[in-house]
Design a protein around this ligand. Structure first.
Ligand code: SDX
Length: 430
């Protein structure tokens, strides 16, 4: 085996360059030395959508897209889904190790005792129309919440940072619950500190006239698993947004609001809502072949919930979610769209168009079916994604702040616009 370097010959000049290879990468800035002359800026990489660019070194989440492997801090997602809780997993993501019993109870205490939001924030929420999308409300409320904690700007003070992490993890379920109740025109339900994190969320969503809400154990556990599965996913679109926004050293509330905005997109966290709309539009198993033909015709119709930038195999989370779906259906009755989803998956997995492009079900393909069976309205689906993802965003943000390699994100460009020209007075413009 030769040395860990690339030898690059610039055929424009005949010059040779040795570029070190480290951790399977070369430093893009090492290419700047490749010039045709003194006034040449040097070679850059062109990588729209970062298809082949590592933006950071991270120790949080490992994905092997070909093998369908997902690990949080080295622990397989299958084991965490079976044995852990969302708050324990969130601790693991943020601090790097599974908590001791003392650490976990302190973490749970702090999260539980930060679930209340400032009463003034209810005023912000009530300003929205009843039909405002809860994801739009969530983004606004997270940003508004930051104005109540000006100390959060001291992002390099570990203790202050810690308090904001408690607040953001804790208050996501309260804001989500309150926004649902606002949509339904129902009174807001306050947190109940006796309940688990998912149980408390169900309480703030669905409590009616009973004095104390008792979550259904199977549904509470199903939501716990869904939160664990959605907690982090290395450098996905919304996490990259969190890191880029955070690199300007803004407070974490503003960065999380931006990350949530990225997650809102139909190609990202909004996909589970689109899956239900797609399955509803297909309407019956008989219509599947015609729908698949539309997808293959390349008319911009996608099989939502399929495909992934990294997974070129079955998304391991989709496998677990499929199992959880049946547990929820046992309690709440099956979802009539399930048969269409199963048949769609069966056909797609045998279809050359999907096989050739390595398109498999991703985390969003079945999650919407569960949420619908749990009586969550479709608008809430991306909110259900954002709630647990906030711990991943915060873990990645904190890692970025502590990474000596990181500085403010500011990519380069290839300028393809007009050459220099003089201003034209309006009377002479065509
Ligand atoms: C999430 O990054 C993450 O980790 C995200 C996430 C997380 O946890 O944070 O895992 C969560 O966002 C999951 C993805 C949810 N989105 C969807 O289900 C929307 C449908 N999927 C696609 O839009 C797409 O697969 C993406 C956006 C997920 C990935 O897109 P890529 O990697 O940019 O791939 P591509 O669009 O370049 O597709 C390659 C080819 C293209 O065909 P050709 O141009 O080669 O002919 O595959 C086709 C695409 O048209 N293709 C699809 C398809 N996804 C890709 N064709 C039909 N249906 C699809 N779903």
């Amino acid at each position: 085996m030769g040395s860990n370097t690339l030898t690059i010959t610039d055929n424009r000049t005949g010059k040779k360059y040795e570029v070190p290879i480290k951790e399977g990468t070369i430093k893009a800035t090492d290419l700047r030395q490749i010039k045709t002359g003194e006034d040449d800026f040097g070679v850059m990489t062109y990588d729209p959508a970062f298809m082949n660019t590592a933006a950071c070194r991270s120790a949080i989440t490992y994905i092997d897209g070909d093998k369908g492997i997902l690990e949080y801090r080295g622990y397989p997602i299958e084991q965490l889904a079976e044995k852990s809780t969302y708050l324990e997993t969130a601790y693991l993501l943020v601090y790097g190790e599974l908590p001791t019993a003392t650490q976990l109870s302190e973490w749970q205490y702090n999260i539980t005792h930060h679930t209340f939001i400032n009463e003034n924030l209810k005023g912000v929420l009530d300003a929205f129309r009843y039909n405002a999308h809860p994801m739009g409300i969530l983004i606004a409320m997270i940003s508004a919440m930051g104005t109540f904690y000006p100390e959060a700007k001291n992002i390099f003070d570990a203790e202050i940072r810690q308090r904001q992490i408690y607040r953001l993890v804790a208050k996501m379920i309260t804001i989500a619950g309150f926004s649902y109740r606002h949509m339904m025109g129902m009174p807001k339900v306050y947190p109940d500190n006796d309940l688990s994190y998912p149980g408390n969320f169900l309480n703030m969503m669905f409590k009616t006239t009973e004095l104390k809400y008792q979550p259904n154990r199977a549904l509470e556990r199903a939501l716990e698993v869904l939160f664990i599965l959605h907690a982090d996913h290395e450098q996905n679109c919304s996490t990259s947004a969190m890191r880029v926004i955070g690199s300007s050293q803004v407070d974490p509330y503003s960065a999380v609001a931006g990350a949530a905005a990225a997650l809102y997109g139909p190609l990202h966290g909004g996909a589970n809502e689109q899956v239900i709309r797609m399955l509803t539009e297909i309407g019956s198993k008989q219509n599947i072949p015609a729908f698949i033909k539309k997808v293959e015709a390349g008319e911009g119709v996608k099989l939502m919930g399929f495909g992934h930038r990294v997974y070129k195999n079955y998304d391991p989370r989709a496998k677990i979610i499929k199992r959880v779906a049946y547990e929820v259906f046992e309690v709440n009755g099956t979802n009539p769209l399930l048969d269409i989803a199963l048949e769609l998956e069966r056909i797609a997995l045998e279809d050359d168009y999907f096989i050739k492009r390595k398109l498999y079900p991703n985390v969003d393909f079945y999650s919407g079916l569960i949420y619908q069976a749990m009586k969550f309205p479709m608008d809430m689906f991306p909110v259900l994604f954002a709630i647990p993802r906030v711990s991943g965003w915060l873990a990645q943000w904190q890692e970025m702040l502590e990474d000596p390699d990181q500085k403010i994100s500011r990519p380069r460009q290839i300028y393809v616009g007009a050459k220099r020209r003089d201003f034209v007075p309006i009377e002479r413009r065509k």
